[in-house]
Every structure is written in structure tokens, then in C-alpha cells.
Design a protein around this ligand. Structure first.
Ligand SMILES: Nc1ncnc2c1ncn2[C@@H]1O[C@H](COP(=O)(O)OP(=O)(O)O)[C@@H](O)[C@H]1O
Ligand SMILES: [Mg+2]
Length: 233
């Protein structure tokens, strides 16, 4: 058998028999989900509203604690609440939230610089500035390096959230509808930037989307229906 670290490199996400219920909800919103993400893969997760996509993504990103089943992310086994593994996964994964989650009082650069502070060896301000410039340029929002969220459109803020997720060159990117408020051209640009990151670093991405134009850019499309994975094409 391959050593654990080699396995983690080849299989950055392994979900086994995961079920989930919200305290105040009677039904299971995830029902015995199995999913494997391999190194370098770009996988789309789709399904109707309320299917459980966000719940599954937040479990994998360790933003939510596991109830049933097992999840291994980047070689770390996610257990219950507040474990060291959860914190490490949160630090290592590039998570793009559905509602972008930007601090109103921070400029784009401050936001990105703050994110670089989560790494084991944070870069200098100059290096972070250089990296931020480059990323924002690729995402078509280079002119917004020193803008505040209120000075940008929803689509521009969403691209800042993408830049924040990518700036630490994560081995895993989790995106919750990262192109929902973008026009087709900007969506293609964002997905293109993510794909180039994967190609350059061997990272993997799991991205929730309803946009069937993005399906064609994915290695696989997974579909959730009422908490069950019903197809894997
Ligand atoms: N915090 C919560 N408390 C109770 N129920 C929730 C909560 N978040 C989501 N749900 C319910 O769980 C189900 C799955 O939600 P979600 O994972 O957000 O689906 P999706 O992202 O596919 O739209 C839905 O029925 C939703 O109403
Ligand atoms: Mg959702």
C-alpha cells in the first residue's frame, strides 16, 4: 500500500457514507454520499436548489462538523467539532463562498494580504502585492486592487473571493456557485483561471454550479438529488 501522504496527494478528497441532518430539520439533507476527487481533477457538483450541495461542500471544507460517515481531505481525517484537523483543512483549502463573504472595511489588497497570513510562511507585503496584482489582472479586476467592496459590483466582489481562494496556491479549491453573478464571458474567465491553477500546481477543484456551459469544461459532473449522488458522468 502507498504511504498515507502519497495517497493523500493522489486522492485529495475522499468522502465515504456521509449523511447529514440539520437539528431543526426532520429529514436527512445528505444521504450516504460517496465521492472521490483525484489529483488535478476539475469536478462540477450540480443539482436542484436544496439538494444538499452547500452542505456537502461545507462538510468537505471543514466549515461544518461531520455527523455520519468519513471524510479525508488532503490526508487529514475530519472528525467531530473543533478538531485540529478541521482547523488545518480550513487553512489549507481555498473556499469560495456563495455570497463572497468580504469584510466591508477592507480593501481588496488588505483582504488578500490577510489571507496570505494564514499560511505557514506568510509572504512579505511586497510579494503579496505582486501576487495579488497578477491574480486580479487574470480575473479582469486589476483596477480594483485598492477598492472597497462597496465600490464594486456583485460580480467583481465574487471575483475577489476567487482571488482570495487562490492566493495561497491551495491544493484543493472548493467553490460554491463562484460564477453565479457573472456573465458568460466573466464566468469563462474565472473557470479558466481556476483550470490554469490546477494545471500548474496539480491541485483539484470541486465547484458547485447550475451553469451547463461550465459542465463542458469539467472532467466530471456529479449530480445531487435530495441528498443522494445520482450520477457521475
Ligand atoms: N442551517 C440550516 N438549518 C436547517 N436547514 C437547512 C440549513 N441549511 C440548509 N438547510 C436545508 O438543507 C437542505 C439542503 O440545503 P443546501 O445544502 O443549502 O442545498 P443546496 O446548496 O443544494 O441548495 C435544504 O432543504 C435546506 O433548506
Ligand atoms: Mg447552495
Amino acid at each position: 500500500m502507498a504511504p498515507a501522504s502519497a495517497l493523500a496527494r493522489e486522492v485529495p478528497v475522499r468522502v465515504r457514507g456521509v449523511s447529514y441532518s440539520y437539528e431543526n430539520g426532520p429529514k436527512r439533507v445528505l444521504d450516504n454520499v460517496d465521492l472521490t476527487l483525484r489529483r488535478g481533477e476539475f469536478v462540477v457538483l450540480t443539482g436542484h436548489s436544496g439538494a444538499g450541495k452547500t452542505t456537502l461542500l461545507t462538510l468537505i471544507g471543514a466549515i461544518r462538523s461531520l455527523q455520519d460517515g468519513a471524510i479525508n481531505v488532503l490526508g487529514l481525517e475530519l472528525g467531530g467539532r473543533g478538531t485540529a484537523a478541521q482547523e488545518e483543512v480550513r487553512r489549507k483549502v481555498g473556499f469560495i463562498f456563495q455570497d463572497h463573504n468580504l469584510f466591508a472595511a477592507l480593501t481588496v489588497f488588505r483582504t488578500l494580504w490577510l489571507a496570505t497570513g494564514l499560511t505557514e510562511e506568510p509572504p512579505s507585503r511586497e510579494a503579496a502585492l505582486e501576487e495579488a496584482r497578477e491574480l486580479l489582472e487574470q480575473l479582469g479586476i486589476g483596477q480594483h486592487l485598492h477598492s472597497l467592496p462597496r465600490q464594486m459590483s456583485t460580480g467583481q466582489k465574487q471575483r475577489v473571493a476567487v482571488a482570495r481562494a487562490l492566493i495561497n496556491a491551495p491544493q484543493l479549491i472548493l467553490g460554491d456557485e463562484p460564477t453565479a453573478s457573472l456573465d458568460h464571458q466573466s464566468s469563462q474567465m474565472v473557470i479558466g483561471v481556476i483550470r490554469r491553477h490546477l494545471a500548474a500546481t496539480g491541485a483539484s477543484a470541486l465547484v458547485v454550479t447550475h451553469d451547463d456551459r461550465i459542465f463542458g469544461m469539467a472532467d466530471r459532473v456529479l449530480r445531487l438529488q435530495d441528498g443522494r449522488l445520482v450520477s457521475d458522468t
